[in-house]
Design a protein around this ligand. Structure first.
Ligand code: PGA
Length: 261
């Protein structure tokens, strides 16, 4: 795992993706507040003619369960609002787990099959919840978990209440999420985090035991995983920095328009 700390997570990540763009055929995407600025950059690069989605395919990590796809709080609607309405991704190559389905298990198996049929995900963008979840893999999720229905923690529903009129009770109780195993199979991972509220869980994920209680700790098993963090999110890791590394993972501060490697 390589850790990068920058005040400009969005731009640094967007520039990295731009450089890798020709090699990226299947992109994994995340929702939440964290990647919104990154998607803004991708839209700008698209308008500037610096990248196209015409030959890409995308898979999102998760979707609220029992929420119609056109509900403004749904992750499908969110991705359309932030990114897909602007870029040239063919609509049939934009995949989000179904929020409304009669046969959940079949829908989950089908999502995994679609990822496999696409040749797997080249690079997945991830966020992290304050409880250590990645996608909606809440604490207790094993490293070999696959796409499935999951009950959301109350803390997760509170954290996402803004998207449902500020009322946690309006946030769905369940979601369909890809599993940790699904995520670890991607060829490359980038986890983004911003703000001091993420500092403690990042310390646990990077320095604590690898445990299902902190699902993000399993990212350490991946051979090509980058964390791109702002200084607030990295606060506790920076305090543990020794000889340019934290718990054996190299940490680099990225300043003034520099790019990450
Ligand atoms: P956030 O969510 O980007 O809104 O903080 C991250 C997550 O819950 O994975």
């Amino acid at each position: 795992m390589k850790i990068f700390v920058t005040p400009d997570v969005d731009r640094v990540t967007a520039q990295y993706l731009l450089r890798r763009w020709p090699q990226l055929r299947v992109l994994g995407l995340a929702t939440g507040r964290t990647p919104e600025g990154l998607y803004g950059w991708l839209v700008q690069y698209f308008y500037e003619g610096r990248l196209s989605f015409a030959d890409k395919r995308t898979f999102n990590l998760d979707e609220y369960y029992a929420l119609p796809p056109n509900h403004p709080g749904s992750y499908r609607a969110t991705m359309v609002r932030l990114l897909m309405q602007y870029v040239d991704l063919p609509p049939d190559r934009f995949h989000v787990p179904p929020g409304l389905t009669e046969d959940v298990e079949a829908a989950c198996r089908n999502y995994e099959a679609q990822i496999r049929a696409a040749g797997g995900v080249d690079l997945w963008i991830l966020g992290i919840g304050q409880d250590g979840h990645i996608a909606f893999n809440e604490p207790g999720s094993p490293p070999d978990s696959r796409t499935r229905l999951i009950r959301l923690e109350e803390s997760t529903r509170r954290a996402n209440a803004d998207f449902f009129g500020g009322d946690p009770q309006q946030v769905p109780t369940h979601a369909i999420t890809v599993g940790i195993g699904t995520i670890l199979e991607a060829r490359e991972l980038i986890l983004l985090a911003k703000g001091s509220a993420k500092a403690e869980i990042l310390e646990a994920a990077v320095c604590g035991p690898e445990t299902a209680q902190v699902p993000a700790s399993f990212l350490r098993r991946h051979p090509r995983c980058r964390l791109i963090l702002d200084p607030e999110a990295a606060g506790r890791l920076l305090r543990r920095l020794e000889n340019g590394a934290v718990n054996g993972h190299p940490l680099q501060k990225v300043h003034d328009g520099a790019e990450i490697g």
